[in-house]
Design a protein around this ligand. Sequence first.
Ligand code: SAM
Length: 249
Amino acid sequence: MLQGGLKLSVNAWQKSSFNQVRYASSPSSKRWIARQVRDQFVKKALSQNYRARSAFKLLELDQKYNFIKPGSVFIDCGAAPGSWSQVISRKVYPELDLTIEQTEAVDTKLNDSLIIAVDLLPIEPIPGVNIIQGDFTDINIQQKIKELLKEREVDVVVSDMAPNFSGQHFIDHVKSMELCESSLNFAEQALKFGGTFLCKFLMGESDHEFRNLLKTKFNRVRHEKPQAVHKKSTEGYYMCLGYKKQVDR
Ligand SMILES: C[S@@+](CC[C@H](N)C(=O)[O-])C[C@H]1O[C@@H](n2cnc3c(N)ncnc32)[C@H](O)[C@@H]1O
């Protein structure tokens, strides 16, 4: 996540971050801030007014697979602070200048797109995005999503959900796979035939099992590690195309 307000210029932000490095209390926070200052994706996010560097993970995947299209229905799970929803909103409402942070409501009837973003944390308003605060794994929250959908089928479910890190890799991996399963369960109910599912996971013992499950449900499943993922990170993404929805006869 980016530190500092969106309105800071890159230079001002760098200057303030250098000061933070000087005054940071612990060595690990010094290292974190120093890494942010050097990070090309942090700089790009600031200059393009994205709320987090992770925007560039979704942009890279969309450039490769071209699945963010106007007129589609999107669910963004684990959306805070909102950079993936910003990417989707800018792509599906190209008529609007969404590079400028706006708080007033935007007429989303420009086309048939629908974007629903869910997170445990609050998300500042994003033009064209319906925000739900709550636990995505809670059926009451999933019911709220269904109410917003009004029986529309979903084209794309993306999940960038990450658990609170315990620091113990195995525990974090298991929690991450639970979030993946929850988003897949929801996707199975909501996606249309041929729909797309993208989910983040932390690599570990059971990711292959999950991948095999995905392969039974989608025509194409690819393991992706976009450039904006830190090299040493165990984070990966499953990009799943062509949902094989069972159609009732
Ligand atoms: C890496 S951040 C997402 C960044 C986001 N894609 C963006 O580009 O701004 C992971 C998010 O997952 C959320 N999260 C984790 N567990 C969740 C849950 N059970 N329900 C909803 N959100 C959850 C966290 O609150 C956190 O904001």
